[in-house]
Write a protein that binds this ligand. Structure first.
Ligand code: 5AD
Ligand code: SF4
Length: 421
């Protein structure tokens, strides 16, 4: 979501006559788009600001946007006195207005709704993979997570606006659509006639556009994988057989303290239903290790569930206490050295599962999407339906955007293949 927000902000400033520079020392306006999900991300923002302010032009405008802006509020001005503005994640569309204000030391961190997505200028040419934000915020209130505070309660965009965004993307070059939201499968829009639209309705509408060949969505909350959505994996061929559905921990006790009120049977039930709908589906997860009170036994259960589900493309993090969250003041916080040890163990397990999955792809033919040349310029990088990188020799002529590739070799990080058609 943050990467997407960054693109939209850049496009908006471009539409206001500004040009991008890669050198902060050369910039007239410097904006840091920030993440507050773990303390390390927040700390990096302040150390980057400290570095940038020393090298910037004396009259360059400097501001922060995003979740750290929302979390720090006016305190950000105390920490970095020459900061010009602080703007929360739902107010990006106000940037041009703020940049024109001579007294810029104002900030807007209210959670005001999703007008930003419709008020910011649309891209004239869509990238091959186009992200369509459909909801923002989260109602789940996991006890470790700052997102409900920084992005607010869930709001879903108007169904018609989302479909219009897909149509525009299809007309301007997109072949893959990724629906985006912190709790994307919680998407729920009720129109003026009382009709409810869900993510499954958006997938069906997107699949009708001929230009759109691949559809995916991220990130999903397990118990909101309703049957209508699971059925999409059986009926909509364009929906990729890959789903990010974080479990966070394999221990029922830890899940309870995380306020993720599902049990492992329920989770595995959803996994089985998904596999029935689409036997070749693969699932990815996020994991948190070292949550307060996590025992060796709890951690073993996380390793166990990782092996059982055989998660691919997963992310694991050390628990990081965050302001405004219940877990930050829970007893039995886990020492840093134990968190690090568990993270190393889990990462090794996840890497091994990924390597085995990549190797199992050898000999198969996968439909892949072109991302462009690699660093050497001699190969093309394609993306498989499972988001693996696949390297092929560069053919003569223009590369096909989507093609079938036979996988010929694999390692932990990527695949190699040859274009079939
Ligand atoms: N500490 C560590 N990881 C966290 N995440 C969210 N909050 C925290 C935290 N306080 C992770 C979760 C989530 C991902 C985006 O970030 O795994 O799925
Ligand atoms: Fe945070 Fe995701 Fe939990 Fe929502 S569901 S509170 S975004 S971890």
């Amino acid at each position: 979501m943050n990467v997407y927000d960054g693109w939209r902000i850049a496009a908006m400033l471009d539409a206001h006559g500004m040009t991008k520079t890669d050198d902060a020392a050369d910039a007239d306006i410097i904006i840091l788009n920030t993440c507050a999900v773990r303390a390390k991300a927040t700390d990096k923002v302040y150390s980057a600001l400290g570095r940038i302010r020393l090298g910037k032009k004396p009259d360059a405008i400097m501001g922060i946007v995003g979740c750290v802006a929302r979390e720090s509020g006016a305190d950000a001005f105390k920490r970095v006195p020459d900061l010009n503005f602080v703007l929360g994640p739902q107010s990006y569309h106000k940037l041009p207005e703020i940049l024109e204000n001579p007294d810029m030391r104002l900030f807007n961190i209210e959670l005001s709704g999703l007008e930003k997505f419709d008020e910011m200028p649309k891209l004239e040419k869509s990238p091959l993979v186009t992200y369509i934000p459909i909801q923002e915020g989260c109602n789940h209130c996991c006890t470790y997570c700052i997102v409900p505070y920084t992005r607010g309660r869930e709001i879903s965009r108007n169904f018609i606006d989302c479909v219009r965004d897909v149509e525009l993307a299809a007309k301007t070059g997109a072949v893959e659509i990724c629906f985006l939201g912190q709790n994307v499968n919680g998407y729920k829009y009720i129109d003026e006639n009382g009709h409810t639209y869900r993510l499954s309705d958006l997938i069906k509408s997107a699949a009708k556009f001929d230009a759109i060949k691949r559809i995916r969505f991220t990130s999903s909350y397990p118990t909101e994988m309703t049957n209508d959505l699971i059925d999409m994996f059986a009926t909509e061929e364009k929906l990729l057989p890959f789903l990010n559905m974080p479990i966070q921990s394999g221990s029922p006790d830890v899940l309870k303290r995380m306020n993720r009120p599902y049990d492992l049977n329920q989770y595995m039930d959803i996994v089985h239903k998904l596999k029935l709908a689409r036997p070749d589906i693969q699932i990815s997860s996020d994991f948190i290790v070292g949550f307060p009170g996590e025992t060796d036994d709890d951690f073993d259960q996380t390793l166990q569930i990782a092996r059982t589900v055989k998660y691919i493309n997963s992310y694991s993090f050390k628990y990081s206490p965050r302001p405004h969250t219940a877990a930050a003041i829970m007893p039995n916080q886990i020492p840093e050295n134990i968190k690090s040890k568990r993270l190393t163990t889990l990462d090794a397990e996840l890497n091994e599962i990924q390597r085995a999955f990549n190797e199992s792809c050898v000999g198969k033919t996968l439909q892949c999407l072109c991302e462009g040349p690699d660093k050497t310029g001699r190969h093309l990088v394609y993306r498989t339906p499972y988001m693996q990188q696949c390297i092929v020799a560069k053919p003569d002529g223009d590369p096909k955007q989507i093609c079938n590739i036979e996988i010929t070799a694999a390692n932990k990080a990527s695949l190699r293949g040859k274009i079939i058609d």
